[in-house]
Ligand binder design. Structure first.
Ligand SMILES: Nc1nc2c(ncn2[C@@H]2O[C@H](COP(=O)(O)OP(=O)(O)OP(=O)(O)O)[C@@H](O)[C@H]2O)c(=O)[nH]1
Ligand SMILES: [Mg+2]
Length: 342
């Protein structure tokens, strides 16, 4: 009788152990799929730029066979069309020419590797100290101020970022600092619900700095790890924008000096060279610590990330490759080139 019971117990334990092992295998499989998905998503997100850049480069290199000046002119045109920017493009092409001469490269096809290396060099051209593209949220508390012109993708990015940080195990709070219209607050509320994080909001038309003030007090009381603040992009002129942002910054300095600070500028990749101009204006108005480049999935102008990096000396930290909550990725220069040029 006891023997039977012991065997029954042993079988049960073995069954349970096998079940756990199976579950672990499933989880490991999911992780592999997730990792693949990340890169696949990036590749898919960059497909329009790839069609505009890589495919054209491929056909030109094939059609030329040997290197000559016309080939370089055509390469130059492709990069400029992809919004790599005139100055940055010239620099890249000049370097390739020089290296091709030095290394006595004659075959057009051998240019590809030089091009890849030169783009990578440009993407990594920000100061060494700024090459860390991780968000400054390692120590708690942290505050992230999100700025940018209207329609750039600030609110959407905040939703995605809140979700990502929550997935990492952080306690996240959002402050609705864009008080320009009721719809903006509702939109943020929707994202906060989706990401399952709390939101601090006032009524439409109220003082944004007061919302941020309340957000900070709430973050302290609730012991939040990260407070993410939305701001309005719909300001009539540069002076207005600077005044409002400065007021917010003063509140943060005064009320939350212990928090690590990140000021993220959100720019829309589909606006191409305009994104660079915007970034320059904001850089004058405030101390931007990172750039988020959104809507890369909707444009053939993905080359703008290269120009942004070479002209601004501010690291691109995140990229948006779709409208879904999981469509925000950390920017990785090597993976970006791999997805773009292969
Ligand atoms: N395809 C695509 N669409 C995006 C991405 N990021 C944002 N969007 C879309 O861009 C539009 C504007 O985004 P918002 O987040 O509302 O932009 P905002 O900067 O908050 O705009 P305002 O509040 O008007 O200043 C929305 O329709 C978003 O879905 C992205 O990475 N890819
Ligand atoms: Mg918004």
């Amino acid at each position: 009788m006891f023997k039977f019971f012991d065997k029954f117990k042993k079988d049960k334990v073995e069954d349970l152990e096998n079940e756990v092992k199976d579950e672990i295998k499933e989880v490991e499989k999911d992780e592999v799929i997730e990792k693949e998905d990340f890169f696949t998503k990036l590749k898919k997100g960059l497909s329009k730029t790839r069609q505009g850049v890589t495919d054209k480069i491929d056909s030109i290199l094939k059609s030329y066979g040997k290197i000559d000046d016309d080939l370089f002119d055509e390469l130059e045109e492709i990069l400029i069309t992809a919004d790599v920017g005139v100055n940055t493009t010239m620099e890249i092409i000049d370097n390739i020419k020089e290296r091709a001469k030095e290394n006595k490269i004659k075959e057009a096809n051998d240019i590809r590797i030089l091009l890849k290396e030169e783009i990578e060099k440009t993407l990594k051209s920000v100061e060494e100290s700024k090459l860390d593209r991780k968000l400054n949220v390692k120590t708690s508390p942290a505050i992230i101020l999100v700025v940018g012109v209207n329609g750039a993708g600030k609110t959407t990015t905040i939703g995605k970022m809140a979700w990502n940080l929550k997935e990492e195990g952080k306690k996240v709070l959002i402050a609705a600092g864009d008080t320009f219209r009721a719809a903006a607050i509702e939109q943020l509320e929707e994202w906060a619900n989706r990401a399952n994080v709390d939101l601090i909001a006032h009524q439409e038309g109220s003082d944004p700095a007061a919302v941020i003030y309340d957000g900070i007090q709430a973050a302290k009381a609730r012991e939040s790890d990260v407070l993410i603040c939305d701001t309005a992009g719909r300001l009539h002129n540069k002076k207005n924008l600077m005044n409002e942002l400065n007021k917010i910054f003063r509140v943060v300095e005064r009320e939350y000096p212990e928090a690590s600070k990140e000021v993220l500028l959100v720019v829309d990749a589909t606006t191409g060279q305009n994104a660079i101009l915007q970034a320059k204006v904001f850089k004058e108005a405030c101390d931007i610590t990172g750039i988020v480049l959104t809507k890369l999935d909707g444009t053939a102008k993905g080359g703008v990330v290269i120009a942004l990096q070479s002209e601004l000396n501010v690291p691109v930290k995140l990229i948006g490759v779709g409208e879904g909550i999981d469509d925000l990725q950390p920017f990785d220069a090597e993976k970006f080139i791999e997805a773009l040029i292969g």
